[in-house]
Design a protein around this ligand. Structure first.
Ligand code: NAD
Ligand code: UDP
Length: 309
C-alpha cells in the first residue's frame, strides 16, 4: 500500500538515502530547514513526482496528514551540533514533541534516529541497549547526547501516555556517498583530505576506536525496525561491529587513494569517546539484521563518490 510518509531531516545524509529507498513505494513529505542538509540532495529527490519538500524548522509547531514519520532532523557531526548547542537541544526537545504530536493526531507510527552517543564515553564494551551510559552532563557534547537521551524519554512517555507506535534506533557511526564534503565527520574528512594530498588530522593519538557501518546497511536496519511487529519499540542498536582505531582508518584511506598525505596528531577533543562498539544481539534476534558491506567495499564506494563529486 502506498503510504504518505513524513521524513524530518530528509535533506541530510541518511535522510537522502532513506527518502530514495522509500520513494520506490511511497509518497514522501520531506521536512528540513537546511541547517546541515543539502539543496542538491533535495533537487535530486525532487526528480521523483512522489517527493514533496517543505522548508520547516521542526522546533516550530506544524501539521501534516501522514501514515508514518521518521525523525532524522538534528545535526549529527560533532562540530556542527556544537556550533549552536542551544539550538541542538531545542531541535531534539521541541522538534520531537512537535513530531510526536503529529503522530498522535494522525495515529501514525513514528521512528526516532537516536544514537550511540547516548552511551557517552562508555565504560561497558560493547555497548548493550540496557547500558545507561556515561555522559558528561555539562560537557560540550551534552547538547547532542542529553538532547537525544531526552528525545528517547519523550518517545517512551508518548507511547505510555497515548499508546503511540514508536520505533527507536540507536545508530552507530554511518558513512557513505552523499555526506557533505565539509560535514566534519572522520571518514569524509579523511577521504577529502587524502584525495587532495592534504594532511589527515587526528584528534588525539588515534587509538580511539569506532565501528563504521555503510549507509545502505544502516538504511536497511532502519526500515526493518520501522516495519517490525508492534511489540518491538527498541531502543535497538544499528551499526557495524567491525572495530577499528582512527589511525588504522587514516592509513587505510591513504593507501586506498594512493595519497601522498601525512598524518598529523593534534590534541584529543573534550569527552571524545575512547572506544565504541555496539552489541548487535537485539538487532539480530528481533530484526534479523546485521551489516553486510565490508569496510573495504564501503570505503571504495565512498572514495569513488568523493572522487567525482
Ligand atoms: P545530517 O546532519 O546530514 O542530517 C540532519 C538533517 O536534519 C539535515 O538535513 C538538517 O538540515 C536537518 N535538520 C537539523 N535540524 C533541523 C530542524 N530543527 N528542523 C528541520 N530540519 C533539521 O546527519 P545524518 O548523518 O544524516 O543523521 C541523521 C540522523 O541520524 C540525526 O538525527 C543523527 O543524530 C542520527 N545519527 C546519525 C549517525 C551517523 O553516523 N550518520 C549516527 C547516529 C545517529
Ligand atoms: N576525528 C579525527 N579527525 C577528523 C574527524 C574526526 O581524528 O578529522 C576523530 C574524532 O575525534 C573521533 C573519531 O574520529 O574520535 C570519530 O569522529 P566523528 O566526528 O566521525 O564521529 P563521532 O564518533 O565522534 O561522533
Amino acid at each position: 500500500m502506498k503510504k504518505k510518509i513524513l521524513v524530518a531531516g530528509g535533506a541530510g545524509f541518511i535522510g537522502y538515502h532513506l527518502c530514495k529507498k522509500l520513494l520506490k513505494q511511497h509518497i514522501i513529505y520531506c521536512v528540513d530547514n537546511f541547517c546541515t542538509g543539502s539543496i542538491n540532495n533535495v533537487n535530486e529527490l525532487n526528480k521523483n513526482k512522489n517527493f514533496f519538500f517543505i522548508k520547516q524548522n521542526i522546533q516550530n509547531n506544524f501539521f501534516l496528514k501522514c501514515d508514518e514519520i521518521y525523525n532524522l532532523a538534528c545535526p549529527a557531526s560533532p562540530n556542527k551540533y556544537q556550533k549552536n548547542p542551544i539550538d541542538t537541544i531545542k531541535t531534539n526537545i521541541f522538534g520531537s514533541i512537535n513530531l510526536l504530536n503529529i503522530a498522535k493526531k494522525n495515529n501514525a507510527k513514528i521512528f526516532q534516529a537516536s544514537t550511540s552517543e547516548v552511551y557517552g564515553d562508555p565504560n561497558l564494551h560493547p555497548q548493550k541497549e540496557d547500558y545507561r551510559g556515561n555522559v558528561n552532563i555539562v560537557g560540550v557534547r551534552a547538547c547532542y547526547d542529553e538532547g537525544k537521551r531526552l528525545a528517547e524519554s519523550l518517545f517512551f512517555d508518548y507511547k505510555r501516555s497515548y499508546n503511540i507506535k514508536i520505533k527507536v534506533a540507536r545508530i552507530f557511526n554511518t558513512y557513505g556517498p552523499y555526506m557533505n564534503s565539509d560535514d566534519g565527520r572522520v571518514i569524509s574528512n579523511f577521504i577529502v583530505a587524502a584525495l587532495n594530498n592534504k594532511p589527515l588530522i587526528i584528534n588525539g593519538d588515534g587509538n580511539q576506536t569506532r565501528c563504521f557501518c555503510y549507509i545502505d546497511d544502516t538504511v536497511k536496519g532502519i526500515l526493518k525496525l520501522m516495519n517490525s511487529k508492534n511489540s518491538i519499540s527498541g531502543p535497538i542498536n544499528i551499526g557495524s561491529s567491525n572495530e577499528k582505531s582512527i589511525i588504522y582508518i587514516a592509513k587505510k584511506i591513504i593507501k586506498m587513494t594512493n595519497s601522498k598525505s601525512d598524518i598529523i596528531l593534534k590534541n584529543k577533543l573534550q569527552d571524545d569517546p575512547i572506544k565504541r562498539k555496539p552489541s548487535l544481539l537485539l538487532a539480530k534476534r528481533d530484526l534479523n539484521w546485521q551489516q553486510k558491506t565490508s569496510l573495504f567495499k564501503g570505503l571504495e564506494k565512498t572514495i569513488k563518490y568523493f572522487s567525482s563529486a
